[in-house]
Design a protein around this ligand. Structure first.
Ligand SMILES: [Zn+2]
Length: 351
């Protein structure tokens, strides 16, 4: 008799779960939420129901509840990734483990206290790296409109140095025509020839800098990227963390393309850039902008929310504030033509 009751309960739970999925598909979060909550006692349905409840809470502006649901989903099913990613996904076999982390409650740019803003399950993103926490709580600083991850792995430097997503290693030749005008503009603004690129990636910007006649140097925290670009282009590319880079010279143009969002404490990096630039030198920064037209339009579907390596999410205001405080004048703001939602800011060292 007891077994029969269990079977009936499971069938009822499955029915409620399907109703929840239907409600979700038709955009009725409120109805979906009550159905998902009704099936939480079912061990088979609980993990997925918690994922959905986490997504609903996020849409409703309850970031802490959302993070809590995503956390409980992984605790209920450490192999949750196998249920929410396709079989050919790189992290399909991922087993949940909460890493040792450095927690941040205050804005890394202006030191004001942040408050929970959005939360996401990161494991579905193709760039997820085991060793990062798959539950991301984004904090918002009211004072400067900056977003920052509430925590990052203690082992961050090693994780970044070792991680090397294959799809980023290939040269994206189709980007060259859209990157060329950027380098042409930097050529026009730069007070001299000495170019430093922080985070060379596959080397597209570095190659263009050579084409435009710059004296080129680069660095990348990832040894594989640094070695590959150095060999391909025949220029010096050090495999080093920017904070540990001590060249003993200055540069006229310093380029940080899609780097700043990966750095736990971006203020130190911008101050370092200022030290490495000659007076009147040019800093070019490209980074995702959560207040971009793209991000505003697609909201939670913006993939940038789910990139585990992104620890900071700027607005044009928070980036400008950081640059101005570090001795730069912003000269140009553009929308990236190759990354949805990214901004490209050119600033000159004036102090
Ligand atoms: Zn702030």
């Amino acid at each position: 008799m007891a077994e029969l009751l269990t079977t009936i309960a499971a069938e009822e739970a499955l029915r409620r779960f399907r109703s929840a999925e239907d409600s979700l598909a038709s955009g009725n979060d409120t109805a979906a939420e009550s159905h998902y909550q009704a099936v939480l006692a079912d061990p088979g349905l609980r993990p997925l129901a918690l994922v959905r409840l986490g997504e609903i809470a996020n849409r409703q502006g309850r970031a802490e509840d959302s993070a809590d649901c995503h956390r409980r989903a992984f605790e209920a099913e450490p192999r949750l990734a196998a249920r929410i990613t396709p079989a050919d996904h790189g992290c399909h076999g991922y087993v949940y483990q909460r890493p040792l982390e450095v927690e941040l409650t205050h804005c890394p740019l202006c030191m004001q206290e942040g408050r929970p803003y959005r939360a996401f399950n990161l494991v579905t993103n193709i760039d997820f790296i085991p060793g990062f926490d798959p539950v991301r709580l984004w904090m918002r600083c009211e004072a400067c409109e900056h977003l920052f991850a509430s925590a990052y792995p203690v082992d961050l430097a090693n994780l970044l140095a070792a991680g090397c997503p294959e799809h980023h290693r290939y040269v994206k030749a189709d980007l060259l025509p859209s990157l060329a005008p950027i380098v042409g503009e930097l050529r026009r603004k730069s007070p001299g020839d000495r170019w430093l690129e922080v985070g060379v990636g596959a080397g597209e910007l570095t190659a263009l800098a050579l084409e435009f006649g710059f004296e080129v140097e680069g660095l990348d925290i990832r040894t594989a990227y640094a070695e590959s670009v150095e060999e391909r282009l025949g220029v010096s590319v050090q495999a080093v963390d920017f904070q540990d880079f001590e060249p003993g010279r200055t540069y006229d143009t310093l380029v940080m393309g899609d780097v700043l969002e990966h750095i736990a404490l971006p203020t130190e990096s911008i101050e370092k850039a200022a030290r490495l630039l000659t007076d009147g030198g040019i800093l070019w920064v490209s980074t995702p902008n959560y207040q971009s037209a793209f991000s505003r339009l697609v909201r939670d579907l913006d993939p940038m929310w789910r990139v585990c390596e992104h620890l900071n999410y700027f607005s044009s205001r928070s980036l400008r504030t950081l640059l101005e405080r570090s001795g730069f004048d912003v000269e140009d703001y553009r929308v990236s033509s190759h990354y949805f939602g990214s901004m490209e800011v050119t600033a000159r060292k004036v102090r």
